[in-house]
Design a protein around this ligand. Structure first.
Ligand code: NAD
Length: 476
């Protein structure tokens, strides 16, 4: 029987003990502004205790087999599934996304652990003669610090934990101060399945992230978050030459060709632009529509988006929950102010009303100039610029023009033409007739300022390993 968690008190998990700190803080429920339960505010000594436990645990955990680690992770995945309802409710309480989307995230978390641990990491035999063998193998790095953002706190924490632990490392998770609740419970749930010190989680305020990146007992930082913080993380990690994986922001273009079946793709484009109130790194954030179909496409897109309900994520049928926090809400207000200052034309929405929760009604901007802020900046709020294009080379240039390169997509009935355009796009993921398809066995990462290295897939796992080349001579 999998353990059943209660989701009302929240503690750090250090060395398989639930611990508190003298100081506490609260997250805020973005749907109504109410305080969520208290959580610890970890200090340097908490991190020192956790890193010591992680380092001690590493000595034996690194020697376990992939099969043992797969079994332990599989049991943890089953326990997440058994507690899926509690996780989903807590995720909606802390993040704001609708319950349906929370349930999908929690479901993915447990199934993706199993997908990831189905990957085999094999030795690479480079030479094998009678006299000698040259073989490349992969050894764990040590202690991993997993720094998680607030938009997908469950799936992104699980990806880092499972990758680190499956490859023989130990891991300490640092949730976003905005969304600590599910991450603390994920680590608590891991206690029966892992030795002390293998999976730990510390909640804290803004000072805790830099403590992780500075710490000399942490060997790798796996970071997901904004570009600006990613640069700080890398600079800090340079001091101790930590390994770093950075999964950063994006501003994904989608290119719609004139031959698409408009009615079929409108719901897909609408959902893929606005899921999680557009607070996903890989959403469609710049929509380029061929001028021949532009007017009809825009009108139908507006019609579809209007049908999606804005509201508290606990209410049935809500599609747009609130944005996650006040900082994001204020950033969105600032970006929305550019609609007036830059004289942009709205096809839908355009204003943000004050309310008890951080609600923003979906907005569509009609053919803004490429230089406008809504095109250049990652909004992380439900505002979508739709632009006209006519020349293939020119639209590829516009799609590639930014410093971001996370995802991009091309939509056309002409598969050859679409793949020809897709081949020219500069991003870590490229889709044809889709956007945001993901798999635990496929690497995920960004080009340019959208990241360094990848997570998921074999390459993601290898990012948690040292490469070691062994030269094995059978005689002198
Ligand atoms: P953020 O960069 O503000 O914070 C991310 C995490 O870093 C949080 O846990 C935060 O506490 C911590 N942090 C902040 N300052 C730090 C520092 N100096 N040193 C160490 N850690 C520090 O990002 P966010 O606002 O939580 O998340 C939104 C951003 O994340 C968006 O830009 C989004 O595109 C990006 N994102 C990227 C991916 C991806 O896989 N590429 C996935 C999700 C989100």
């Amino acid at each position: 029987m999998a353990p059943q968690l209660e989701f009302s008190t929240f503690s750090n998990v250090i060395n398989n003990q639930l611990t508190q700190t003298t100081e506490t803080r609260h997250g805020i429920n973005p749907a109504n502004g109410e305080l969520n339960p208290p959580v610890p505010v970890s200090a340097q000594n908490d991190l020192d205790t956790a890193t010591k436990a992680a380092r001690d645990a590493f000595k034996t955990w690194a020697k376990t087999s992939f099969e043992e680690r797969r079994q332990a992770l599989g049991a943890w995945a089953d326990a997440i599934e058994a507690n899926a309802e509690g996780f989903a409710r807590t995720l909606t309480m802390e993040q704001g996304k609708p319950l349906t989307q929370s349930s999908v995230e929690v479901g993915m978390a447990s199934s993706w652990i199993k997908g990831l641990t189905s990957i085999e990491i094999k030795n690479n035999v480079i030479e094998e003669t009678e006299d000698r063998t040259v073989v490349q193998r992969y050894t764990p790095l040590g202690v991993v610090g997993a720094i998680v953002p607030w938009n997908f706190p469950v799936l992104l924490a699980v990806g880092k934990i499972a990758s680190a632990v499956y490859t023989g490392n130990t891991v300490i998770v640092k949730p976003s101060p905005f969304t600590p609740y599910c991450d603390l419970k994920l680590a608590e749930l891991a206690i029966p399945f892992f030795p002390p010190g293998v999976i730990q989680c510390l909640s804290g305020d803004d000072s805790l992230g830099p403590m992780f990146t500075d710490h000399h007992e942490i060997d790798k930082i796996s970071f997901t978050g904004s570009i600006i913080t990613g640069k700080r993380v890398m600079a800090s990690c340079a001091k101790t030459l930590k390994r770093v994986t950075l999964e950063l922001g994006g501003n994904d273009p989608a290119i719609i060709c004139e031959d698409v079946d408009i009615d079929t793709i409108i719901p897909k484009i609408g959902i893929l632009s606005y899921l999680c109130s557009s607070q996903i790194c890989m959403m469609i954030k710049r929509l380029y529509v061929h001028e021949k179909i532009y007017d009809e496409f825009l009108e139908k897109l507006v019609g579809f988006v209007k049908t999606l309900k804005v509201g508290n994520g606990t209410e049935a049928d809500t599609f747009f929950g609130p944005v996650q926090n006040k900082m994001q809400f204020d950033k969105a207000k600032d970006l929305f102010s550019s609609i007036t200052t830059e004289n942009l034309q709205t096809a839908l929405g355009g204003t943000i009303e004050d309310s008890t929760g951080y609600y923003i009604h979906p907005t569509i901007i009609n053919n803004p100039p490429e230089t406008s802020r809504v095109v250049q900046e990652e909004p992380f709020a439900p505002i979508l610029p739709v632009m006209k294009w006519s020349d293939e080379d020119e639209v590829v240039g516009r799609a590639n023009a930014l410093e971001t390169g996370l995802g991009s997509s091309v939509w056309s009935k002409d598969f050859e033409r679409a793949t020809h355009i897709a081949d020219q796009l500069q991003s870590g993921s490229v889709w044809v007739n889709s956007h945001f398809d993901l798999s635990p066995t496929a690497p995920f990462g960004g080009h340019k300022n959208s990241g360094m290295g990848v997570e998921w897939g074999l390459n993601g796992l290898l990012g948690y390993c040292n490469s070691q080349t062994q030269w094995l001579k059978k005689s002198f």
